[in-house]
Design a protein around this ligand. Structure first.
Ligand code: CA
Length: 437
């Protein structure tokens, strides 16, 4: 993994809140996003502590030295697509310049610190989707999630024969992906109490969340040109948190034989900050290994560096706060805690598999991991698993019980990276409140 001066754990910023021990955005993170101001101004920004910095404005003020014309031009866009399309080296160069601008011990930092109104409080802007997402694909890469869900429907054979060979995925819908904070309307659809039918058309009674991590594609590949696994990470711009809201009763009725459709595409929430591959470099760990009883992946899904460093050590949590808890002033309660490094396939393997037939991925495409669940009950990443299809309700601190989500429930996903001798990095929240349908 390539580490440089931007990863130095000793770096300090002239922005005081970047040193707060619980901030998601110390100077070693520098995630990219798109912010809207109250006066209609929209700009690519970087997060530092509890502030955001308009990068085009910083560049115009002469505070981002050494950027080439292509990167500088891409900073003028209202989305990150032109920037991420330039590939990893462009993001690395931008990260270096931004780090120098925000450091407490550089000439660039001294000039930036003396520049008035360079920063805006994050609470004063509205974060938009960071990229215009052309296509969205959702994988199913947690073997613990696949085993749990499979065992509910096929106790004798939880995992289908293909699972350990092929990264399973389906094409989702990009138009209904929304940024954190967007209200989620409870969808209506066909549901059937009896698996043989007949159905009724009604609001879903089994609304669920799915805790996932998504990767935003940077440089694309040409149609017909697969991506070798050794090159896959050059096509990954950064990661976001993903909540793949799911209507389980609609899903159970519609999923055969072609898989998820309206049970999934009514809304998907993502966190607004793109945490770059560069920022995550110190938190890379070995991919989940295979036991001797498990088949080795086919050669196109096998590569030494991916096996050694292909996973990301991100601790992922789900928090719930009901309307009654908000009214009583009670804080959110944590429902689960898992680790993204437990996935059966790496993001690079998923992307290589996606393009292995020549399918072209494009800048801004979103590729999500599938529900992140671990082997223990407290690491199950959706209510379907946590309540075992509703058979084991959970009790909230308010005394309320849940099998699936109720109107007014606020679901927040969090992701944090920690490593010995390294600062804590976070993704910012990924939140949605359920509204009645
Ligand atoms: Ca999913």
């Amino acid at each position: 993994m390539m580490l440089d001066a931007t990863h130095d754990p000793a770096l300090r910023s002239w922005v005081p809140s970047a040193q707060a021990p619980d901030t998601d955005f110390p100077i070693q993170n520098l995630p990219l996003g798109v912010a809207a101001w109250g006066d209609g101004h929209v700009a690519i920004v970087i997060a530092i502590g509890d502030q955001v910095c308009d990068l085009a404005r910083a560049r115009a003020a002469g505070l981002l030295d050494g950027l080439d014309a292509a990167v500088a031009g891409a900073l003028q866009a209202p989305t990150l697509n032109p920037l991420v399309a330039l590939g990893r080296p462009a993001l690395t160069a931008l990260r270096g310049a931004v780090s120098r601008m925000l450091r407490a011990d550089t000439p660039e930092g001294a000039r930036a610190h003396a520049t008035s109104a360079l920063l805006t409080a994050a609470s004063e802007v509205t974060m938009r989707l960071p990229v215009a997402i052309g296509d969205y694909t959702d994988f199913y890469a947690s073997i613990d999630h696949a085993t749990n869900v499979g065992s509910m429907f096929r106790p004798d054979q939880p995992l289908l024969p293909n699972y350990r060979h092929v990264p399973i995925g389906y094409h989702g819908r990009a138009s209904s992906i929304v940024p954190s904070g967007t209200a989620i309307r409870r969808p209506q659809g066909q549901v059937a109490a009896n698996p043989a039918g007949p159905p009724t058309f009604a609001p879903t009674a089994r609304l669920d969340y799915e805790l996932e991590v998504g990767v935003v594609i940077g440089r694309g590949n040409a149609l017909g040109a697969p991506i070798p696994l050794a090159e896959a990470e050059q096509h990954l711009a950064g990661l976001v948190l993903v909540n793949d809201w799911s209507a389980r009763d609609m899903q159970a009725w519609e999923y055969q034989p072609l898989g998820p459709f309206l049970a999934k595409n009514f809304a998907t929430t993502i966190s607004p900050w793109l945490v770059t591959l560069d920022a995550l470099a110190p938190y890379r760990v070995a991919a989940r290994g295979r036991t001797t009883e498990e088949p080795a992946p086919l050669p196109y899904l096998t590569e030494a560096r991916d096996a050694a460093h292909g996973a990301f050590a991100i601790t992922l949590e789900v928090w719930l706060r009901s309307a009654a808890m908000r009214a009583a002033g009670m804080p959110a309660v944590r429902l689960s805690r898992g680790d993204f490094s437990s996935m059966y396939w790496t993001l690079a393997q998923m992307v290589t598999h996606h393009a292995s037939n020549g399918c072209n991925l494009q800048p801004g495409d979103l590729v999500a991991s599938g529900t992140v669940s671990g082997p223990t009950k407290d690491s199950r990443g959706c209510l379907l698993e946590l309540t075992w299809r509703g058979a084991e309700p959970i009790t909230l601190p308010s005394g309320e019980t849940r099998t699936f989500l109720a109107d007014g429930d606020e679901v927040t996903l969090c992701g944090v990276c920690e490593a010995p001798g390294r600062p804590r990095l976070g993704f910012g929240g990924c939140t949605g409140i359920v509204e009645g349908g």
